[in-house]
Design a protein around this ligand. Structure first.
Ligand SMILES: [Zn+2]
Length: 118
């Protein structure tokens, strides 16, 4: 049975055990995240807010894959960032200009959002 060594190594490189940002900053209307593996993610603030995973916004599907999104209304300030905190070394908690700050975005989730918005 031949060992597909090249494939294994590629997997290790692309999917590191721990996903960690080395730098996070707002650039224009996007959040720019530099990851430890040398890649970067750019996420539009509007996309980020609409994907808010907190219970009130329900941006993330539950374990069964259902999205029961409550009716959420956004204002112009909803897509403006006033700051953010790092939570427990695994997530980012943005503070929005409309006072909303209960969304905790895991680094894995942020990475996925960055890929989704290209
Ligand atoms: Zn929320």
């Amino acid at each position: 049975m031949p060992v597909r060594r090249d494939r294994l190594e590629a997997c290790v490189t692309v999917t590191p055990m721990r996903l960690e940002p080395t730098n996070i900053q707002q650039v224009g209307d996007e959040l720019a995240i530099s990851w430890k593996d040398g890649t970067e993610s750019f996420i539009k603030l509007e996309t980020l807010r609409r994907a808010c995973p907190c219970a009130g916004c329900g941006g993330e599907p539950d374990v069964l894959g259902n999205i029961s999104r409550p009716h959420v209304t956004y204002a112009e300030k909803s897509f403006q960032l006033t700051g953010f905190d790092l939570v427990g070394g695994y997530a980012l908690q943005p503070r929005w200009a409309d006072g909303h700050s209960t969304g905790i975005y895991s680094f894995t989730y942020l990475r996925r959002l960055g890929q989704a918005s290209g």
